[in-house]
Design a protein around this ligand. Sequence first.
Ligand code: ZN
Length: 415
Amino acid sequence: MTGKARLSRRRLLAYTASGLALSSLGGCDDTPPPGRYTQADIDLLDNQRSLEAQQRGKGPYGDQRYEGYRGLATLPWFEIDNTGRLICIDDSLPGIVDVHAHLGMSILFKPELDLQAVTPRVRHLLDCDGADPPCELDLDVYINGNFSPEALKQNEKVLTTQGLWGNEVVRSHTIPNLIAEMDTMRVQHSFVLPIKLGLPFGDNISEQWRSAISRADAADRITTGCSVHPRDDYRVEELRLHAAKGARLVKLHPTVQKFYPDDSSLNPLYEEAQRLGMVVFFHGGRAGIEPASSQPFAVPRHYARVLEDFPRLQVILGHAGARDSAAMVDLAVKHQNAWIGIHGQGVSSLEAIINKTGGERLLFGTDWPWYHLGATLAKVLITTDTPERSAVRDAILRNNAVELFPELAERENLG
Ligand SMILES: [Zn+2]
């Protein structure tokens, strides 16, 4: 294996769409500088996990376990249609905007993944409905807590081969499949987020997705963000090129791309994004299943300086900080340019976030194809099911996203 190929494989193994452990990485070059990662940080994550285990099902919404995604049909807003699919039947909902989804990736080898394919069923990475009996879906824990250790191992395999040569799971993560699921869940528009791995011979997922969406004539339903690598020499120029092609959102992933968000070497990138009016979407906080060596990068205080130093830069903090949501939401509340992607939080946690923010700057996100769109939708509907919360519901599902991306409304007016 050549040095280049070895490097690419290492980086590839580091890939995750939402922080899944592909544990072969690590090593001494990841030792955090003093103060970056303390025993208190480590303890906080451990405490979050044990508290969650103790309190699951005992929050304001009680027990929230369902028999797979299709089990959500026991809730008043969903049904199973005559083809056996979960559908959302509440026609009072606004046209939902999902700011956090992905498509399948094929990076290294041909043939490229066919993003135009229609397959009989979406194989979500948490494939609850693919098992018989379906896996238990608990909406009162951080969502990756629904993976069994065996399922996590299996996904490690899936994601490794996803980049290398594709597989039947990833082959279902296509544009028509996403749109079909959006239609069943009343999602009007989705942003898909590529992640640049910084492979030595170039990974051009942003470009691949942009052209696939245009070939599918799906720009009215799906917008792709772009991604650059924080250590790429041409990152600023690349960002400019993406912006020139219409990109409005750039995804940066501290644990996959292994950087501290407040590293001063990123200042020119943030400055340029601010100048271009681009939104930065950070993977936020520790998911708890990434390699331990990557966890220091995502501690909430490392995001603070970006929010302070670039006050006109709009920043989405993905997963509401994941298992670090308490600190991440406190940080977001203090900064008018911070938006909170709610994907992943359980209903008790989402309740706390709504109480802290009043619903302001909260954004709906699903992390498809990791999970069915209905999982996050159900959580929003459960936590906003009172007349007093109806404005909060509309804000989370749509209005906040339109405030951040006004072109969504303009496009509809034209259409
Ligand atoms: Zn994601």
